[in-house]
Design a protein around this ligand. Structure first.
Ligand SMILES: NC(=O)c1ccc[n+]([C@@H]2O[C@H](COP(=O)([O-])OP(=O)(O)OC[C@H]3O[C@@H](n4cnc5c(N)ncnc54)[C@H](O)[C@@H]3O)[C@@H](O)[C@H]2O)c1
Length: 465
């Protein structure tokens, strides 16, 4: 089938590459010429495991094209995916300007029956607005009643996880399709069924529902996941106070199948391009309908506080004023296997360390370049602080002469470092671990002063070491 993807970011690019992989003829559009130039030069503007190879293979097979040509992109696809950003507006609601602009350009160039698919995460009622924009543009062209320019707007929210996006897309747990059961909806359903048929061979993964419920499902899913994280973080903070070990508690409660082990880790707060903005947007949607989402308001507040937990632990040990102290920070991306720095906990942590007078040597296996760009913007108001942040050339290099190592992202490369070497190159053998990567007892045996989240701190003087 001929498919167009409007917006070639994390979601659009992965969607386009995966749909090409199963045999569709995909046209990827973006308004950012820099991205298209990178893609047409054989590169990929984001880090996502397996994506470069997937794109190269499908480009060679002639199944994927990248362009900034809007008219050509609309003409190409019988199915038009809208996969543009929906960043938070000032009041926390989803900013729909990019989605509506994408719809407008489809309406301006529409040349036949089109199924317009909202893949961006959008509030309930957005498909209706997209429908309105398309109708408006057709009316401007005198095509309001044209049987050759019919269309249907479908909601197909995306559930991929950055860092495992290609795998998630190729092996989805579910495909949510929201559509209206009118005449155009029936034609749309047939196209969507054909489009996703290869994913349903083993068993049916598509769940059909009305458009508004599909839009809601995406927010409810992210809100639930964010709730589990904030719940565990709050339990971890209590475990810290009462001397319990949150890792034992996690195993204890995760064994209950009603709870399960997934997404139950305590840490230094959630970030990324989805949970923070989607929780906020759902709170706004509820407020507009006259309802307070008290659980989600607490989830957000707990997460905000959690991003300060590490720096508070550091201040307790090293003092409030960190002037003259030097920290190695491992992990900048909001999660492993991505270079995405949006709302990454490292941003708050590093800004806090710098504002208390410290110097920081930061390291991330893939996000360093993106982090340099982001911190230049974050710290533009404080050049003296920005000057105290350096980016190390290796994981090891970051440690040299640091008063402590701070771990913010759980990259695999951080899971089993050479602790003897680490002790040698750090000024003091001390780790603040925001991801609970190591065992407190083992660290004490190694003579490392180890502070983690929700687990007892083993006092080195009292340990066997
Ligand atoms: N990133 C994720 O892990 C993820 C997962 C599920 C859902 N989502 C949702 O998917 C949507 C896209 O997220 P993303 O992370 O891919 O965003 P992104 O910022 O990485 O990509 C969006 C792209 O759209 C382009 N764009 C904007 N307006 C355009 C237009 N009119 N025509 C063509 N291109 C245009 C931008 O230049 C950009 O390249 C958001 O609603 C997000 O909430 C994201």
């Amino acid at each position: 089938m001929k498919i167009t993807i409007v917006g070639t970011g994390y979601v659009g690019l992965v969607t386009g590459a995966c749909l090409a992989e199963i045999g569709h003829d995909v046209f990827c559009l973006d308004v950012d010429p820099r991205k298209i130039e990178i893609l047409n030069g054989g590169g990929v503007p984001i880090h996502e495991p397996g994506l470069l190879e997937l794109i190269a293979r499908n480009r060679a097979a002639g199944r994927i094209t990248f362009s900034t040509d809007i008219a050509a992109s609309v003409e190409h696809g019988e199915v038009q995916f809208i996969a543009v950003g929906t960043p938070p507006d000032e009041d926390g609601s989803a900013d729909l300007q990019y989605v509506l602009e994408a719809a407008r350009s489809i309406g301006r160039h529409m040349n036949g029956f089109k199924v317009v698919v909202d893949k961006s995460t959008v509030p309930v009622g957005t498909a209706q607005r997209v429908h309105g924009v398309l109708a408006e543009e057709l009316a401007k062209r005198g095509l309001a009643q044209s049987v050759d320019h019919r269309f249907s707007v479908v909601s197909n929210p995306e559930f991929l996880k950055e860092g495992a996006a290609v795998d998630d897309f190729m092996r989805p747990d579910r495909i949510i399709i929201g559509l209206d059961e009118d005449e155009n909806g029936t034609a749309a359903r047939e196209k969507i069924k054909r489009l996703y048929a290869p994913f349903n061979r083993n068993h049916e993964r598509t769940i059909y529902m009305d458009v508004r419920s599909a839009e809601f499902t995406k927010y409810a899913a992210n809100a639930m996941l964010a709730t589990r994280i904030s719940f565990m973080n709050e339990m971890a903070n209590l475990a810290d106070r009462v001397g319990a070990d949150i890792e034992s508690v996690r195993r204890g409660i995760g064994s209950d199948p009603r709870i399960g082990y997934h997404f139950l880790y305590a840490g230094c707060g959630y970030g990324g391009s989805c949970f923070p903005k989607d929780v906020q947007a759902l709170i706004r949607t509820a407020a507009e309908s006259g309802q307070n989402l008290r659980v989600l308001e607490a989830v957000e507040e707990v997460n905000h506080g959690q991003k300060e937990v590490l720096v508070k632990k550091i201040a307790r040990v090293c003092g409030d004023d960190l002037t003259g102290k030097h920290f190695a920070v491992w992990g900048l991306a909001f999660k492993p296997n991505t270079d995405d720095m949006r709302e990454a906990p490292s941003r708050r942590l590093i800004a806090d360390l710098l504002s208390r007078g410290a110097t920081v040597a930061a390291w991330d296996p893939v996000a360093a370049e993106e982090a340099q760009r982001v911190f230049a913007l974050d710290l533009a108001h404080a050049p003296d602080q920005h000057a105290r942040l350096t980016f190390a050339s290796s994981q090891d290099d970051a440690l040299m002469g640091a008063d402590a190592l701070v771990i913010v992202t759980e990259w695999t490369a951080f899971k089993a470092p050479d602790f003897a070497h680490l002790k040698k190159v750090l000024k003091a053998p001390r780790i603040f671990d925001g991801r609970n990567l190591y065992e407190p007892d083992t660290m004490a045996e190694l003579g490392i002063d180890y502070h983690s989240i929700g687990r007892p701190h083993v006092n080195l003087a009292n340990s066997a070491a």
